[in-house]
Unconditional design. Structure first.
Lengths: 134, 296
């Protein structure tokens, strides 16, 4: 029987992965977001994918709260870290101060994004990590 | 414009116990097709199926004809669909069938059903709650939260492609993530940006006087000419001429400016917005003082 609600693997420190498709506007290069999706699909990792974080924030989708509050670190492949943090804040789901890494598909290549997803979580302040990914 | 529709359902591609993994190419195509239609999709491995309370969940998987039982929370609806031997299109069709007539925001749909997520996003780290945006916006996009801080209250009221409020923010704290350039798109803010944005705080100064007075004046001129010439074209041309400067100064799309209400209505709304901003700013300052460590 599938569990009704589990937040992935609570005993593990493996980060959760969130991929934003930016489907409502073409701000992320098509080839980057497609190749990143392919890379995630070809891996063995579970991941969450959303059509558009902006759209979810606009209607304050409760799923944002669930994504932000998980008990494991979170890697978000989306756009500018400042924008992503602002979107979660707008959606009444502020991201935690630590344990979140935002990977910018707007400026990085697909290979760089996938490498950042696969890399261990840096043990530094999230702002520093976000800046490093810009 | 369509906004604030609830997410109609979530899709889980389940590849844990009791199912066979999808081919990687099928998995990619299925994810891409569902995401491009506006769905949220989770790839769940062993012991990981995720669910939002009160949501409809569609679980897709290769169950070899024996769909698993799924424990649903009270009030939730869970549909399990076996996609063994099905193509990507057929699997998507199954999801669409479960959704039925439930409305949802869809990217790139027919024009009446298309919505661009265009609204301001506040950078909480930079924002000082000065309420200039609240005072500036004539469309009630901004509001004040219970803790007296600025809040994007009605994102769907925002005028698509208009980033004007981000130009008046003295702290460069307002972003439009779908904008084409930084720092408005959320790119890091440089010292130069801060300097440049500060120069734009006072749009009225840029226009050589009070913006609303100027609009009123232009409108009055246009009315006089209109009554004299009986030409609606002349009045429109005058309005366009006046608004061109605003458009250039704040990167406001012409169609947004053309759609502005009458000068009197603008004045009324701006006075109302300024009053709200003033009250909100005073309440915020009072609350900050009360909460400061040196407060008695």
């Amino acid at each position: 029987m599938l569990p009704a609600s589990t937040h992935n693997l609570p005993s593990s420190n493996e980060p959760r992965i969130l991929y934003c498709r930016c489907a409502f506007a073409q701000t992320i290069p098509d080839d980057v977001k497609q190749r990143v999706l392919e890379g995630l699909s070809e891996s063995d990792q579970p991941f969450e994918a959303v059509a558009d974080l902006c759209e979810m924030a606009a209607r304050r989708d409760p799923h944002l709260i669930e994504l932000a509050k998980g008990n494991r670190p979170l890697k978000i492949a989306a756009c500018w870290p400042r924008a992503v943090k602002g979107l979660f804040h707008l959606g009444d789901a502020p991201l935690p101060e630590s344990g979140v890494e935002i990977i910018n598909m707007r400026t990085l290549s697909a290979e760089e994004v996938l490498a950042a997803i696969a890399a261990p979580m840096p043990h530094i302040h999230p702002t520093q990590s976000a800046e490093a990914k810009q | 414009m369509i906004a604030h529709r609830p997410g109609p359902l979530r899709v889980v591609v389940y590849e844990g116990a009791g199912s066979l993994p999808l081919e990687a190419s099928m998995r990619t195509s299925l994810f891409a097709a569902l995401l491009d239609r506006g769905y949220a999709v989770t790839r769940a491995g062993p012991a990981s199926a995720d669910q939002v309370e009160g949501a409809t969940l569609v679980v897709l998987g290769r169950f070899a004809g024996v769909p698993p039982e799924v424990a649903a929370k009270s009030g939730d609806r869970v549909e399990v669909c076996d996609v063994t031997g099905k193509s990507c299109d057929e699997a998507v069709e199954l999801v669409e069938r479960v959704r039925g007539e439930t409305p949802m925001n869809r990217p790139g749909g027919v024009p009446a059903d298309t919505w661009k997520p265009w609204f301001p996003v506040i950078d909480p780290v930079r924002c000082t709650n000065c309420m200039q945006c609240l005072s500036f916006c004539l469309f009630d996009v901004y509001g004040v939260s219970v803790d007296h801080t600025i809040r994007v209250e009605n994102p769907s009221n925002c005028k698509v492609n208009c980033p004007a409020c981000s130009r008046v923010c003295p702290e460069v704290a307002i972003m439009f993530p779908k904008y084409h350039a930084g720092p408005i798109d959320g790119a890091p803010v440089s010292e130069t940006d801060v300097g440049r944005e500060k120069m734009k705080v006072d749009i009225s100064a840029l226009l050589g006087g009070d913006i609303y007075a100027r609009l009123r004046e232009r409108s009055a001129d246009a009315k006089t000419r209109f009554s004299r010439e009986r030409s609606s074209d002349a009045a429109l041309a005058e309005r366009r001429r006046c608004l061109t400067k605003m458009a250039d100064a704040a990167a406001i799309p012409r169609e947004v400016l053309d759609a502005l209400p009458s000068a009197e209505e603008i004045q009324r709304r701006s006075a109302e917005a300024a009053k709200r901003a003033q009250e909100a700013f005073a309440a915020f300052q009072e609350a900050s003082l009360r909460n400061s460590p040196s407060a008695p």
